[in-house]
Every structure is written in C-alpha cells, then in structure tokens.
Ligand binder design. Structure first.
Ligand SMILES: Cc1cc2nc3c(=O)[nH]c(=O)nc-3n(C[C@H](O)[C@H](O)[C@H](O)COP(=O)(O)OP(=O)(O)OC[C@H]3O[C@@H](n4cnc5c(N)ncnc54)[C@H](O)[C@@H]3O)c2cc1C
Length: 503
C-alpha cells in the first residue's frame, strides 16, 4: 500500500513533526492523536508490511474497559441487535473493580498514577477509537456462558475488535492513513538523535541504508524485549531463553535500549513478564495464520500434570483472566518445561475454540491406564496415583457453575483446587501438551502523566514520549486479561496528543 499522505510539515528540514516508532496498537493510537493536534506524523515499522502490527496483530482484540451495563456496551457496539440485548446479561465493570483487579493481581505494586489514567480513560478512549472507525463486538465465544437460555458475561472482559487483532490493526492503520499519517515499513529505528538535552529524531536502517530522520518529538511505541532471548535470560532469568514467543519477532527491546542510552529511567518489573500455557510444539515465534490459538486457556476446568505425574498449581484459583498470564512461568519451572492439561468429557463442552485447531499436541484414550501411558514424558505410575487421590478429593456435594467462582473444590490434597473441580472419569479422557509462551515483558521506561519519558533525575526528557508494552510500572507478577491493548490505546493517545501539541 503506498503512503497516502505526505506529512504536512511545519519545517522543511524535518522528516516529520512527530516520529512514532512502531506500528502496533499503541503507535497507531499515538499517530491518530498527534494528527488531531495538526502535527505531521511519520510512523516507522521494523517489519515489512505483511508482518506489521506487532503483538497487537496477534491478539484476539479483547479489550478491558470500564462500563456501566448494556447502555455503555451499546455506545461501543451501536449495531447490537434487540435479540442480542434480550438474550444477554452484560453485567457491568465499574471503575472500582478495574482498580481492584489491577491492585490485586499486581500485589499492590502497580503505579497509582498510571493505573488512574488507564482505568478512568478506558471507556473514553475506546469510544474515541470507535469514532475513528474501529468496530467492536461482544466476546460471546470466549467470555460468556449460556445460563438458563441467556448469555452471561464474566471476568470483566466483554468487548473485542471486529476481526480480532488483525482487524484492529487494519482498522487503525486505515484510520491513521486517512488522517494523513505516513508509514514507512522495513524501517528499524536504531538510536535516538539527542543533543544532550532534547531528542531531535531517530537514526534508522531502511532497506539496508542507515539514515538520520529529524523531528520535533519522538514517540516510542515499539514493544518490550520478549523476542530477544539474550535479554530475556538476562532480566527474566535462567530458562527464559527456552520460552516460545507468542507474537511478533520484531520486539527486541530497541525502544527501551535507545531511551536508556540517553539517560531514561528504567521502571517496573524487569524480572517479570506475561507468559501463558502454549502448545508444546508451537514455532519459535508467533504464526499470524494461527494467531493466539496455540494458547490453551481452559485449564480452570481440568487439571495440570507435570513430568512426575503430579499436579503443581491451583488450576481454579480464579477466573482464567486473572491466572493465565502467570501460569506460563509456573509451567516453565516444571521439569522439562512442559505440562499436560487433562480433561474428561464432562467438561469438554466448556473448552475454548483454540482446542479445535489442527496444529495441536493432543492424546485421548478410553481408559485411565491406557491414557497414563500416552502422556509423553510423564511418569505413568505417578499420574495414576495422582488421579486416584484427585477423584477422591473432589467435593461433589458443591454444585459446579463455570460462570461464578463456585467454590467446588478439592479437600485434603497437597495442592487443592479452589473452584470448578470435577472428577476425571468420563471417557474419552483428553490430554493437551503445553509449554511456556512469553507474551510481553513488564519492565520498561518511566513516564509521567503526559507520557513523557523521564530521566534518571526524574525530569522529562524533552521531545521523548512512550506508550504500550515498553512503559514500565503498570504490571507486576501478573496481569488482568485485555489490559495490554487498553494500556497501549490510553497511553498511545496521551503520548500522541502531548507530542502533537509540542511543536
Ligand atoms: C498471542 C497474543 C495474544 C494477545 N491477546 C491480547 C488480547 O486479546 N488483549 C490484550 O489486551 N492484549 C493481548 N495481548 C497483548 C498485546 O498484544 C500487547 O499488550 C499490545 O498489543 C502491545 O501493543 P504495543 O503497540 O505496545 O506493541 P506491538 O503491538 O507489539 O507493536 C510494537 C511495534 O514496534 C515495532 N518495532 C519493534 N522494534 C522496532 C524498531 N526498532 N523500529 C521500528 N519498529 C519497531 C514492531 O514491529 C511492532 O509494529 C496478546 C499478545 C499476544 C502475543
């Protein structure tokens, strides 16, 4: 696709007023907001156009947003039909709940100023994106269960972009081009141009040639260091070189490195990341044809077994939205860095769509003994002992209900399951092999409320802004599902508006 609009420059020696590094969700929101302020915008994307869009393109497009009942959902999804409204209990997701979720899952470490912006600007930002042409729909497939003939949403995550991550990136890219932002693909930013006081542009490699591009401001929105095995091992720790990368291979920490090199302040949980259970045989990096479907997120309704045939975590500690991002690490810590997810037919109907893909590592058997010997790498005797104890420990007197934390637990095991426990005895039994898939890293740069990058003296670095994955301070240890896109959108919009106004 050609660049539709040449930047409308205030000064001819500049490549643009605002250079945005990256072309994912955060970068595109920044470009749109900067254009609203009248700034000439140039986006630089390391990937070729066919691979562009970063991790944002690999997502399901699910976005966590504060809303007050069906009225707000209707604002975001104006074409919601009367039949859908009639047959659905959307519930609500109050700001207090979002604040609580961020505080609880990050063990009260999340930066209060950043969280305040994230939560209070979530609805307005999504509505702003809708106004730019991004369409949303309710996540019926993954975030709602049918109860007494009505869909009931659970876990605070209710809307997704039409067409998932690819749809989101396509709609935002269209909007950015329509607004007059230019995009240069295969253009990797290498360093910031810095006069010792302010940032004046970037040095890039574009199709083999190194160039200097001058601008008034730079917005860094080029992801974390999840696709860099050396940095993962250095900061996340030994063994993280062995994790599979769920998304883009282009997020190698460049934006963070460039900023640190000119004196930016590192911030947040540098030894932490978002990591999930991911098919054992998935490729090294994400595959756009498969998207997020290598993930296996129905474990709250089954059990997890390691090479010793033992359980090692409370699979039902909380809704999957609040545990999935930390359980990848737990699997990485198991012998051989793998686990098997085990289900029987009683819960088969609750499995998410990703269990139906062709590229899956799955075994099934009619008897428990036959099944035990099919679980590759697992001690069969250990597994049979575990299952016997498991079946005896399930509190079948408590009703099972997947839409609430039902308290249907086990009792007396070394590691009990807190909710959704079911005996494993209805054939065929099914096993799915998983390893750790890293999504994105939590450590990054320190920003203020205008998304300006702060120096190690805690002063804004003139001309430098940041948004998205490379902002530190929001996530520690864990993460509430759907917050990555919301964070990129909120801080991308703020960064673009601040940079666009600073001309
Ligand atoms: C499989 C998967 C599923 C996910 N599902 C969800 C979900 O449903 N909901 C949710 O909220 N979050 C989800 N996430 C997390 C979400 O993708 C990220 O939090 C979010 O997309 C990050 O947006 P971003 O714009 O900061 O980064 P990205 O979208 O990764 O964009 C970074 C961009 O920078 C470019 N780049 C990198 N280095 C350079 C350089 N030196 N020069 C120029 N360009 C560069 C990259 O090519 C890319 O375009 C998922 C992630 C994955 C991998």
């Amino acid at each position: 696709m050609p660049d539709l609009a040449a930047p409308d420059l205030a000064a001819p020696d500049l490549a643009a007023d605002v250079i945005v590094v990256g072309a994912g969700n955060a970068a595109l929101c920044a470009a749109l907001a900067a254009r609203e302020r009248g700034a000439a915008v140039l986006m630089l994307e390391a990937a070729p156009e066919e691979e562009s869009g970063g991790n944002s393109r690999f997502t399901a497009g699910s976005i966590r947003v504060v809303y007050d009942g069906v009225g707000d959902i209707r604002t975001l999804v104006p074409d919601l039909s009367a039949a859908e409204i009639e047959s659905t209990d959307f519930g609500s997701y109050p700001a207090e709940q979002f604040f609580d979720d961020m505080a609880r899952v990050t063990q009260h470490r999340a930066d209060p100023d950043l969280v305040e912006l994230l939560v209070t600007k979530s609805f307005g930002t999504l509505d702003w994106m809708r106004g730019k042409g991004v369409r949303f729909i309710p996540i019926y497939g993954r975030q709602a269960f049918k109860v007494d003939g009505r869909f009931k949403f659970w876990g605070g995550l209710t809307v997704e972009a039409v067409g998932g991550g690819p749809g989101l990136v396509a709609m935002l890219t269209r909007a950015a081009r329509r607004a007059g932002a230019a995009v240069r693909y295969r253009a990797r930013a290498l360093d910031l141009l810095f006069d010792g006081n302010r940032v004046e542009g970037v040095r890039i490699r574009h199709e083999g040639a190194v160039q200097e591009l001058r601008s008034r401001c730079v917005v860094l929105a080029c992801g974390g260091f999840e696709a860099n095995p050396e940095w993962r091992t250095r900061y996340l720790g030994p063994g993280w070189d062995l994790a599979k990368v769920r998304g883009s291979r282009y997020n190698t920490g460049d934006g963070i490195r460039m900023a640190l090199e000119i004196g930016a302040s590192p911030y947040g949980n540098w030894s932490g990341c978002h990591a999930v259970q991911w098919d054992l045989n998935a490729p090294e990096f994400g595959d756009l044809a498969v998207g997020d479907q290598f993930q296996k997120h129905s474990y709250p309704f089954g059990i997890l077994i390691n090479a010793k045939g033992e359980r090692f975590v409370d699979e039902g500690a909380d809704f999957r939205n609040y545990t999935y991002a930390k359980y990848g690490r737990v699997v990485l810590e198991q012998p051989g860095q793998f686990a098997w997810q085990i289900f029987d037919q009683k819960v088969k109907h609750l499995q998410r769509d990703e269990y139906k893909i062709r590229q899956i590592t799955k075994v099934a058997a009619a008897t428990i003994e036959e099944f035990a010997h099919k679980l590759d790498g697992v001690n069969a005797a250990g597994f049979l002992t575990t299952i016997k104890a498991w079946n005896a420990a399930v509190r079948t007197d408590i009703p099972f209900n997947p839409t609430v934390k039902d308290g249907r637990r086990t009792q007396g095991l070394a590691i009990d399951k807190s909710n959704w426990a079911n005996t494993i005895d209805t054939p065929p039994l099914e096993g799915y092999a998983v390893t750790c898939g890293v999504t994105f890293t939590f450590g990054g740069l320190r920003i203020n409320n205008e998304a300006q990058v702060l120096s190690t003296d805690y002063q804004p670095i003139p001309g430098l802004y940041a948004a998205g994955e490379l902002v530190g301070g929001l996530f520690y240890f864990n993460y509430p599902g759907g917050t990555g896109l919301m964070s990129g959108a909120v801080f991308g919009r703020i960064a673009g508006a601040s940079a666009g106004a600073n001309r």
